[in-house]
Each structure stands twice: as structure tokens, then as C-alpha cells.
Write a protein that binds this ligand. Structure first.
Ligand code: FE2
Ligand code: FE2
Length: 414
């Protein structure tokens, strides 16, 4: 093997490799960290900060510093930059790069001492015993020609450190910054789409709960309990995320059940009970788009959340592990919540009574390991119950049509 084959590659090859990594990373914060670490590595910079533009401000979203990390230890150095924000203005290196859409490359900040550009680094340097010398700030410009952030690299390392960042460093940083701009924009669009998808599904779930005279907090509690149980059962992160997104939809099929049955005060007769049980099939039919993993899991949960471990449930009478795990989890979370909370038509059972029923259900209604997991996590479960409890006022207000309160829309964070 020659020296070249051991890992050294041209900047061009490295840029291609980094570009592939950037486009395959969907998680925005992982992406920002990756952009910064790759940029630092490729131009051999001691430190760097990645700013994202929010209106007239640039907010630091990733920061790395080799010297301070060596001095303070892993994780500490990054926190120094947590609250770092600079206005888009000619008064700082990064602000100026964002304002003019031009690269700012200063080989030695001290050579221009007294100038306004050096002022913001000087305060940081004094406080943390660091010396900012060379600074390279590259605007990240998306395909619509909007500045979405600034990549700032600090202090060239190695034999060329006195000269600061060179022409090749600038070109590499520019290439990375434009790739980063596209990747950030795509990650934001993906996050926005995910959120829109999640909100639409949540709205559907709340509509179904509303008809069932339960508040949206029932959905929140069941989802939180399902998350706790899923984690305890060792579900990998991706599956856990799906479970949390899909759980709220377990009773969507109740949209199709007539009011006379859904709201009947007494016991259902045989025929009514059979109609009520079809909410599992109706739910599965509502959620039958297999286009996403969330929908596929939501369908399974809607269809199987009334199956029982011993095979005596409905609609299929599945037994044991033939019931999908997500549905086994929601079955316990849903029953636990129904028992332990008030509804506008019933009181809650006492906590000891709830636990007795759940314990008795182990091996019959519920998978025994899930009951163990719930009992082992009771502290957390009670926290959720109390945090998302329905107040008497909320229950009283339920379907008080003369006083429906108009809520403000949630702030969109993207
Ligand atoms: Fe149900
Ligand atoms: Fe439910």
C-alpha cells in the first residue's frame, strides 16, 4: 500500500465524501456538528462556530475548539458558545459576512487591533484565555440566494498558521458552505414535513377522542406511557419514535361508531358490543395508507390494541407474540389510563385498585414483561399522570358549546 492509499485524499475527493455525508444526514443538529467538524478538519482550523440566521441575528448552533477542549475537557468548551449571538451588521466578522454575502478572511485580528471587527472576539478571548488570530467567515447561501447562516473558522494550525487561511482554504470552505446551505434547507423542509404529518395525524386522533368524550390529554398520557414501556422493552430509537407518533391514533376508528352506542350510559347489549368492537377494523381502514412507517404502525395499533395476550381479545383473537409489540404496549397503556383517570362520565379507580387489576391482567390481558415494566416505572408513570391530568374545570367545560374557547395557534418553530 502506498502512502496515498492509507487515507490521504485530495480536497476534491474529501469534498465529495463530505457532500455525501451531508446529504444523508437528516437530523439537523447532527448535520450542523458534522459541517463544522469537517470544515475544521479540511482547513486545519483550531476552532469554529456555525451560525444560523434568525431574522436580523446570527445564532451559534454549533461550536468547537480544540485548544479549549484540551484544556477544559470534552463537552465543556461547547457550552461556552451556547448563548453566542451576533447581529447581521458590519460590526462583527460574521455579521459582516452575512450582510455582504462575501467571505471575510482576516489573517491576524491583532494586526487590525482597535478595529470594530476585533471587538467581539476580544471579549470572548479575555474571558476564556484564548487568542483569536486568524478568522475566516463564509456566508452560507441557499439556492434562493438567501443567507441562512455563517461558517466561521478560527486559527489556522500547522506550519502555515502565521499566514492564516489561504486561498485553497477559502475555496474549500465556500464549497462546504454551499453544500451545507442546501443540506440545512433540506433538513428543515424534512422536519417541517414530518411535523405537518404528525400534526395532521394528531388532529385526527383528537377528533376521535372528542367524540369519545375524552380530552386530548388522554392521548398525551397514553403516548407517554407507551414511550416509557417501549423504552423499557428495549425498542431501538427509530422504533420508539414511530411508537410515540403512532400511539395517539389507536382509537381513530371510534369516528365511525354511532353516538347512541359510543355514548350509551349503561352496558352494551351483544349487538351493540359487536358494533363497538368494529372501531378496530374501522381504524385500520382509516389508516390503511402504507406510504410511511408511521402509518403502517398506526394501522397495526388501531387494529390490534384490543387483542389480549391469552388470545381472548378482538378482532382476530391473536395470542402472545403474534400480536405486534406496538399494539401490546398500547393495550396496556390505554387500559392503565382508562382505569386511573376520571372521565366526564366516570370516576378514577384508586391507584392500588388500578395496580391490582393490571397485575391480575399479567399473562391474561397483558404480556407479563410489560406489566413488570410498568410496575418498575411507576414513579415516572405517576409523574405523567399528574403532569397531564384533566382538571375538573376542563372536564366541566367539555362540550360546553356556549363557551368554546378559541386557542391561539402553536408557534411554528421552523
Ligand atoms: Fe380502542
Ligand atoms: Fe384510548
Amino acid at each position: 500500500m502506498t502512502g496515498n492509499e492509507t487515507g490521504a485524499s485530495s480536497p476534491f475527493q474529501q469534498l465529495i465524501r463530505v457532500g455525501i455525508a451531508l446529504t444523508s444526514t437528516q437530523d439537523l443538529s447532527a448535520l450542523l456538528t458534522l459541517i463544522l467538524s469537517e470544515a475544521r478538519r479540511m482547513v486545519d482550523a483550531d476552532a469554529g462556530t456555525l451560525y444560523v440566521r434568525e431574522g436580523a441575528m446570527l445564532r451559534a448552533v454549533a461550536a468547537q475548539c480544540r485548544t479549549l477542549t484540551e484544556r477544559l475537557g470534552d463537552g465543556k468548551a461547547e457550552t461556552l458558545f451556547d448563548s453566542l449571538a451576533v447581529p447581521v451588521s458590519p460590526n462583527s466578522v460574521c455579521g459582516s459576512a452575512a450582510l455582504t454575502k462575501e467571505v471575510v478572511n482576516i489573517p491576524d485580528l491583532h494586526a487590525i487591533e482597535g478595529a470594530r471587527l476585533a471587538a467581539c472576539s476580544a471579549a470572548f478571548d479575555r474571558e476564556h484565555g484564548y487568542t483569536t488570530r486568524a478568522v475566516l467567515a463564509v456566508p452560507m447561501i441557499d439556492p434562493e440566494d438567501e443567507v441562512i447562516g455563517v461558517l466561521q473558522l478560527i486559527n489556522k494550525r500547522g506550519p502555515l498558521q502565521q499566514a492564516g487561511f489561504g486561498e485553497l482554504d477559502v475555496r474549500i470552505s465556500l464549497a462546504l458552505a454551499s453544500q451545507a446551505a442546501v443540506a440545512i434547507r433540506n433538513a428543515r423542509l424534512t422536519a417541517q414535513l414530518r411535523r405537518a404529518h404528525r400534526d395532521a395525524l394528531l388532529g385526527l386522533s383528537i377528533a376521535a377522542e372528542w367524540r369519545d368524550r375524552a380530552t386530548a390529554k388522554h392521548i398525551t398520557r397514553v403516548t407517554e406511557y407507551a414511550g416509557i414501556l417501549g423504552l423499557a422493552m428495549g425498542l431501538p430509537d427509530g422504533e420508539l419514535d414511530l411508537l410515540v407518533q403512532a400511539s395517539p391514533m389507536h382509537d381513530v376508528g371510534k369516528l365511525g361508531i354511532p353516538d347512541a352506542i359510543l355514548h350509551k350510559p349503561g352496558k352494551l347489549d351483544e349487538q351493540e358490543r359487536r358494533i363497538m368492537e368494529t372501531h378496530t377494523l374501522i381504524g385500520a381502514n382509516i389508516l390503511n395508507s402504507g406510504a410511511s412507517a408511521v402509518m403502517r404502525m398506526a394501522r397495526q395499533i388501531a387494529l390490534y390494541h384490543h387483542e389480549k395476550w391469552d388470545g381472548s381479545g378482538y378482532p382476530k383473537g391473536l395470542r402472545g407474540t403474534a400480536i405486534p409489540l406496538c399494539a401490546r404496549i398500547v393495550a396496556l397503556a390505554d387500559v392503565y389510563d382508562a382505569l386511573s383517570t376520571r372521565r366526564c362520565y366516570k370516576e378514577a379507580f384508586a391507584p392500588e385498585k388500578v395496580l391490582e387489576i393490571v397485575r391480575q391482567g399479567a399473562g391474561a390481558h397483558f404480556q407479563p414483561e410489560l406489566v413488570d415494566a410498568l410496575l418498575a416505572q411507576l414513579g415516572r408513570i405517576y409523574e405523567i399522570r399528574d403532569q397531564f391530568g384533566d382538571t375538573q374545570a376542563e372536564l366541566d367545560a367539555f362540550r360546553d358549546y356556549a363557551n368554546i374557547e378559541l386557542k391561539e395557534p402553536d408557534e411554528d418553530q421552523y
